[in-house]
Write a protein that binds this ligand. Structure first.
Ligand code: ATP
Length: 567
């Protein structure tokens, strides 16, 4: 199939706003792939060539694209840059140059195939290290050499991770259901969603769906691959927790570290964050402990790794242990300076089989059988089983006294539901005025902070997309030893810049931060309709994705709470 076909889909999507219309545009294209194509092309619809569980990025900056366009179209880099300053979209600039070169109309006679684009894009992941920029420029130039204007636009936008066609993940799920099972699309959409929670791979699901329902039902988790974890619902108090989980329930400490999914298959151990990122190489200490203290041929375990001070043995705040996730160098030194204690609290797969369908009480028995605890290295989450509110309250108090974040209350009879907040486990912790939010913009600093991006625009999630809720300029540090620095944040945000206006840059929403605030006000200044007063960044959350951030609903609830408290 020709690449121009998928570009036609992008063009239609970009001028369509209704979800149903978008679904039917995608569904028509999916029908064609089912007949003549490769299931992996489905990734291209969201500007990717890899399944969602594979978080590798092209690593192509705007500078690389400017260099490539200059080389491919024989124009000066300065000319590309000046066009960029006018238009703000390198995709459109590529379209303009490629259109001129080919003297082409909308879909010229380009013979570029989807295969060629897909394979070319895949090649980029292998290019690393010295000389990789030039190699990337060559690979992209080669793809662009036979592209029409429109094709060049979407190739460039795909490389920059900014397709600008407004296609949600859920549209892909609905479109697979609509294209293959038009007679019962609603129930198939649900089946596909559950399969997605297990595999994070629409191509795998699509390939199975083409063969029929049974094949979709066979999709499961497997060790060695990251997976979505089960999320907790918030409880107001112990009574509320029991109401949600039933009686008796299991009560555990809510350890304050970061979540690690530990997976083992064929003697190979891998570690993943809840954002599906692999962190195996950052934690050789956890790997050692898993080898030594957990029995089983294959497994997937859910755990919380908590950092502690090697001298005092006291728990360290999340910020310091987050260094362990971020740093890729000097790992041996960090292992000594910031050791972690792993608390295992669930099991999803054991010796060749998924055990997610088993009730929690049964899964806990597996954990107790296979984990061999060792102080300050690995242990099983401390747990009581009770139906007594007083006893639960006492456990909660003790947990807080020990410095834990709170407690988790878990339904004993429930299965493990990956990727969902279904109330099979609830969290209870003292209320705080804090949200996890995503950064959507920033300002170039001045004076002492010149050269850095400071003053971050933060947003919450909503059905309509991310909605801004404030601007936060305090909380980050100037010195590295004190936590995440402005310099570090600038480095993270720069490759994500989509456009600039004066001193303000707008970035792809990827970086999640925890933000505390004093209260929330209704405000027309931000498109959420609310503004945080006196916000402050407490932590950069490298292990969290935009799926984990506060929603507009959470904000509205917090407004009610804060106005109640200020009465
Ligand atoms: P929070 O910001 O309150 O930590 P969260 O967004 O990280 O919440 P939730 O799923 O809402 O995640 O809350 C549960 C989190 O608590 C888990 O993600 C896990 O990292 C952590 N946790 C600590 N101890 C436990 C435990 N014993 N059982 C389950 N989760 C635990």
């Amino acid at each position: 199939m020709k690449y121009s076909e998928i570009c036609g889909v992008y063009e239609k999507l970009s001028v369509t706003s209704g979800r149903l219309e978008k679904t039917s545009i995608v569904s028509e294209f999916i029908k064609k792939i089912a007949k003549h194509g490769n299931p992996e092309w489905i990734y291209l619809l969201r500007g990717r060539v890899l399944p969602d569980y594979d978080v590798r990025e092209f690593g192509i900056s705007r500078q690389i694209i400017i260099k490539t366009l200059s080389k491919s179209f024989g124009v000066l880099s300065s000319e590309v840059l000046s066009e960029f300053n006018k238009i703000g979209d390198l995709g459109e600039i590529a379209e303009k140059f490629a259109g001129k070169r080919k003297q082409s109309t909308l879909f010229s006679s380009s013979s570029l195939s989807i295969d060629k684009v897909f394979d070319g894009l895949m090649k980029i992941f292998a290019l690393e290290g010295k000389g990789s920029v030039d190699k990337k420029v060559s690979v992209v130039s080669e793809i662009l050499s036979s592209a029409s204007g429109i094709e060049a636009k979407y190739i460039v936008r795909t490389l920059l991770g900014d397709l600008r066609v407004g296609i949600a993940e859920s549209t892909i799920k609905d479109a697979i259901a609509e294209s293959l099972f038009p007679e019962d699309k609603k129930s198939y959409a649900e089946l596909i969603e559950s399969a997605y929670d297990l595999s994070n791979d629409y191509a795998e699901i699509f390939a199975a769906a083409v063969k029929g329902k049974k094949e979709i039902e066979k999709i499961s988790i497997s060790p060695g691959k990251p997976m979505n974890v089960m999320l907790a619902v918030k409880a107001e108090d112990i009574e509320d927790a029991f109401r949600i989980c039933g009686k008796p329930a299991a009560i555990e400490n809510k350890y304050d570290g970061f979540r690690v999914v530990i997976s083992k298959k064929n003697k190979e151990i891998k570690l993943f964050t809840r954002k599906l990122e692999e962190v195996t190489s950052q934690f050789p200490d956890i790997i050692e402990v898993v080898k030594k203290n957990i029995s089983g041929e294959s497994f997937i375990l859910d755990s919380e790794a908590v950092g502690y001070d090697p001298k005092t043995k006291k728990v360290k705040p999340f910020e310091s242990v987050s260094q362990r996730i971020k740093r890729k160098h000097h790992i041996e030194r960090l292992v000594k300076e910031l050791p972690v204690d792993v608390h295992i609290f669930d099991v999803m797969y054991y010796n060749g089989k998924s055990v997610m369908h088993l009730p929690f009480s049964e899964r806990r028995k597996i954990i107790e059988k296979i984990i061999h605890p060792e102080k300050l290295k690995i242990n099983i989450a401390e747990q009581i089983i009770t139906d007594n509110e007083k006893r639960a309250e006492e456990f909660y108090k003790q947990a807080l006294k020990k410095g834990e974040e709170g407690i988790m209350v878990k339904s004993l009879s429930s299965p493990y539901k990956p990727g969902r907040r279904v109330g099979h486990m609830v969290k209870l912790k003292p209320s705080s005025s804090e949200f996890d939010l995503v950064i959507t913009g920033a300002e170039h600093g001045t004076g002492k902070r010149a050269g850095w991006l400071t003053s971050y625009i933060v947003a919450c999630a909503s059905e309509k997309g991310f909605l801004n809720i404030g601007k936060v300029s305090s909380g980050l540090k100037e010195k590295e030893s004190e936590g995440t620095t402005y310099r570090e944040m600038t480095k993270l945000l720069k490759p994500l810049i989509k456009s600039e206006k004066g001193r303000v840059v707008y970035v792809k929403p990827k970086i999640v931060v925890s933000v505390t605030y004093q209260n929330i006000q209704k405000s027309p200044s931000y498109n959420s309709g609310y503004a945080l007063r006196f916000p402050r960044i407490t932590f950069y959350r490298p292990e969290r994705s935009t799926k984990d951030i506060a929603t507009l609903e959470d904000v509205k609830k917090a407004v009610v709470c804060t106005s109640f408290h200020s009465l």
